[in-house]
Design a protein around this ligand. Structure first.
Ligand SMILES: C[S@@+](CC[C@H](N)C(=O)[O-])C[C@H]1O[C@@H](n2cnc3c(N)ncnc32)[C@H](O)[C@@H]1O
Length: 219
């Protein structure tokens, strides 16, 4: 699993700054958009692949009534999430095999997970642990469609590749992320899986010249 090579104790402490600067601060606006999509359905929320807890901190900022459970496969990232004191519970678990009961959550939200997962298992678990009427909100990077944006996108990743020679704790990510994103049409695959299992009101929306997307659906 490639995520195990990407995320570890060697880069956990610098993650928050890296995501902020390498996305030119767009990460915050994408996450705020996700929180806006929650429609007040915010009693029990699962932040899947919560990492260091950035997305959950935006949810907490917007609502003090919700309870958030965080889940991630990388223990070193979870330790940092714990410091935020945002969570009812944190679990070290896989998105494809969740340690939660059926019909538990009102919202399942994830940022930068879709491209790493086995989508059909992940969607099956979403369906199982989400309550009827619950919302799924999934965000990740995408490969832009227009030729101009593709040229700019590849140039940017060449710069990141060079940066990885200096910031060595991020070298593996900076030199492989572009290939991973380009090879993974997760948006359409996810929409197909969500539809096949029975989700309704499925929508997809692209951001920042097609370099990121958010998919939503209701159980
Ligand atoms: C780029 S970080 C994103 C963290 C956080 N969601 C955010 O937006 O800042 C990706 C996270 O996904 C986690 N991850 C990757 N594959 C996973 C899987 N199959 N199950 C659970 N977590 C996974 C990694 O451990 C890592 O913390």
């Amino acid at each position: 699993m490639i995520a195990r090579n990407f995320f570890s104790s060697k880069n956990a402490s610098s993650y928050d700054k890296i995501v902020k600067y390498t996305t030119f601060f767009k990460d915050s606006s994408w996450k705020k958009e996700m929180v806006g999509f929650m429609n007040g359905k915010n009693k029990l929320i699962l932040d899947l692949a919560c990492g260091t807890g950035i997305l959950s901190s935006f949810i907490r900022y917007g609502s003090t009534e919700s309870s958030i459970i965080g889940s991630d496969l990388t223990l070193e990232y979870l330790k940092l999430a714990k410091n935020r004191q945002t969570y009812l519970l944190l679990t070290n678990s896989l998105a494809e095999l969740l340690p939660y009961r059926d019909d538990s959550f009102d919202v399942i939200i994830s940022s930068y997970l879709a491209k790493y997962t086995e989508l059909s298992s992940m969607v099956r678990e979403h369906w199982r642990v989400l309550r009827k009427g619950g919302i799924v909100i999934i965000h990740d990077f995408t490969y832009p469609e227009t030729a101009l944006m593709q040229i700019l996108w590849h140039s940017y990743f060449q710069i990141l590749n060079q940066l990885g020679k200096v910031i060595t704790s991020w070298r593996d990510v900076f030199s492989n992320l572009d290939k991973l994103i380009q090879a993974n049409p997760w948006v359409n695959n996810l929409v197909r899986e969500l539809d096949a299992i029975g989700f309704n009101s499925i929508t997809k929306k692209y951001y920042t010249c097609g370099t990121a997307a958010i998919v939503r659906a209701i159980k």
